[in-house]
Design a protein around this ligand. Structure first.
Ligand code: FAD
Ligand code: NAI
Length: 486
């Protein structure tokens, strides 16, 4: 007989597992179906393993480049045991994935391990690992089946020589050289890690700039300079045409502005984006509406065209980010439980974990102008003028604030620098709350912290940061708001 639930969530990534927990918290009889791993891409082959390796790379870089100046003597060269690094990385993932399973169980969510396929909008079949097929009905289904890496013609993933992000994160031997196709989020994050571990990295990017359309161009410049300094070669306006085996490695043919170049390397990593898994689980077969990019069509409540069927996370829409998936997960559970909710966020903050980190919340200058904000106030404060950054020996970068000149409402914050990932949440809160520059400038920030850069960037935007020389004001307070007036 078919098992029956109030809510069945398909996929246990950061969208699905969060949705299932919230749904159970709200008293709904909930099940979650997962075919591979608890925590999805994020905890197993995405955010967490990549950040574990990035932390290790950062640590190594500091030992190699900063330790001596601080007075440490490291006899000989620091040795990296890649197999041990993988073991540690895996332990981090397993700890996190195990935690998700415990949370699901602790909230009385029924966990079903297997591959789900929709029979109708009210029923799915699940092929369990043991080969049995179970039938499950539910009043509400939440599709949270995520995405997978895009393959480009001629570069089918074999995870031996042609790697996706999953293969690249699992390398237990040091690569001498690697070609990375795609200078976006993954290409630059993993490319930087490999470079820190001593791999000669060449990035092949089809656009005329790295991270084009993904980050503030001024922030990208800082990272591009650092990549160069660290020995990463970047080929722009370049398209990979094909590859062949050469000895134990590869030869990749690249077209750079009409000229062919052959790059030799141990392996090639293809990171040209991800596509939603909407061609699976018989989603099309039950008549689910899917857009031309493969995303399940959803409204602001993440309802699909089929009653009682919701879609969240990477399968639903951009941005493909874990925190956006989780936000939607909580929201959909609350909607199913009868609460009035809709996806009405002003910003989904983003972080690119490169060196230094890039983080953003809200609009870029171009986006603000396109939205009709013609009169903008833009200010920057450099990490080089912040005591904590100097003591960390991480002074590259700045905090940039974009505000409406008339109201001083903060429209966008773009950070490139140390701990940008942690600093950006304050900016996201400011934007969600409609804060003005004065709110940031007049909030006391503890000293000495990187967070002071946010306060000083707000002051700089108002024209009177303390720790940088700004253009002398002509006339008392011209172009600024008096400090004591909030
Ligand atoms: P997923 O995490 O993809 O989970 C979907 C789950 O559904 C999977 O576990 C899958 O096995 C399961 N599933 C699919 N089909 C079925 C089926 N038919 N039956 C049963 N189960 C099924 N985002 C960030 O915000 N920050 C980062 O730092 C970051 N780093 C990343 C690094 C890398 C290398 C990659 C690849 C991605 C990274 N991302 C990051 C993106 C992030 O991982 C995704 O946005 C996020 O995982 C999406 O969550 P989701 O719940 O939609 O889907
Ligand atoms: P991406 O969209 O970030 O970048 C892909 C890059 O590849 C682009 O710069 C594009 O111009 C380039 N490209 C496309 N086709 C090409 C070709 N044929 N030759 C050369 N270059 C080509 O995609 P990526 O890096 O695969 O990441 C996928 C998604 O995963 C991200 O967009 C993001 O949503 C998520 N992610 C988030 C992270 C984070 O939050 N820190 C980290 C990693 C991934």
């Amino acid at each position: 007989m078919a098992q029956s639930f109030d809510v069945v969530v398909v996929g246990a990534g950061p969208g699905g597992y969060v949705c299932a927990i919230r749904s159970a918290q709200l008293g709904l009889k909930t099940a979650i179906i997962e075919r591979e791993y608890m925590g999805g891409v994020c905890l197993n082959v995405g955010c967490i393993p990549s950040k574990a390796l990035i932390s290790a790379g950062h640590f190594l870089h500091k030992m190699e480049h900063n330790a001596a100046e601080m007075g440490f003597t490291i006899p000989g060269k620091v040795k990296l045991d890649m197999a041990q690094l993988q073991k540690w990385k895996q332990s981090v993932c397993e700890r996190m994935a195990g935690g998700v399973e415990q949370l699901l169980k602790g909230n009385a969510v029924t966990i079903i391990r297997g591959e789900a396929s929709f029979k109708s909008a009210q029923e799915i079949s699940v092929k369990t690992k043991a080969g049995a097929v179970e039938s499950i009905t539910a009043k509400n289904f939440v599709i949270a089946t995520g995405s997978r890496p895009i393959e480009i013609p001629g570069f089918a993933f074999d995870e031996q020589l042609v790697l996706s992000s999953t293969g690249a994160l699992a390398q237990s031997e040091k690569l001498e050289s690697a070609v990375v196709i795609g200078g976006g989020y993954i290409g630059l994050e993993i490319g930087s890690v490999l470079s820190n571990f001593g791999t000669k990295v060449t990035v092949v990017e089809a656009n005329k700039a790295l991270l084009a359309g993904l980050a503030d161009p001024e922030c990208v410049q800082v990272v591009a300079r650092k990549l160069k300094k660290n020995g990463v070669d970047v080929l722009l306006d370049a398209k990979a045409k094909g590859w062949k085996k050469s000895g134990k490695g590869v030869e990749v043919t690249v077209d750079i502005g009409g000229k062919e170049q052959v790059l030799k390397a141990d392996k090639v990593l293809v990171t040209v984006g991800r596509k939603p898994n909407s061609d699976q689980a018989n989603l099309k077969g039950i008549g689910l509406a899917i857009d031309e990019k493969g995303f399940v069509k959803v409204n602001a409540q993440r309802k699909t065209n089929l009653p009682g069927v919701y879609a969240i996370g990477d399968i639903a829409c951009q941005p493909m980010l874990a925190h956006k998936a989780s936000h939607e997960g909580v929201m959909v559970a609350e909607i199913i439980a009868g609460q009035k909710r809709a996806y009405e966020v002003k910003t989904v903050p983003s972080v690119i974990f490169v060196d230094p980190e890039i983080a953003a919340a809200g609009m870029t200058e171009d986006e603000a102008r396109a939205k009709g904000y013609t009169d903008l106030k833009i200010g920057k404060f450099p990490f080089a003028a912040n005591g904590r950054a100097v003591s960390l020996m991480e002074t590259d970068g700045f905090v940039k604030i974009i505000a409406d000149a008339k109201t001083h409402i903060v429209l966008g914050v773009h950070i490139v620098g140390p701990e940008a990932s942690n600093l950006i949440s304050e900016a996201a809160l400011a934007i969600e709350m409609g804060a003005r520059l004065e709110d940031l400038a007049l909030t006391i920030h503890p000293h000495p912290t990187l967070g002071e850069t946010m306060m000083e960037a707000a002051e700089a935007t108002l024209g009177h940061a303390i720790h940088i020389i700004q253009k002398p004001l002509t006339g008392a307070g011209k172009g600024t708001t008096p400090r004591a007036h909030a």
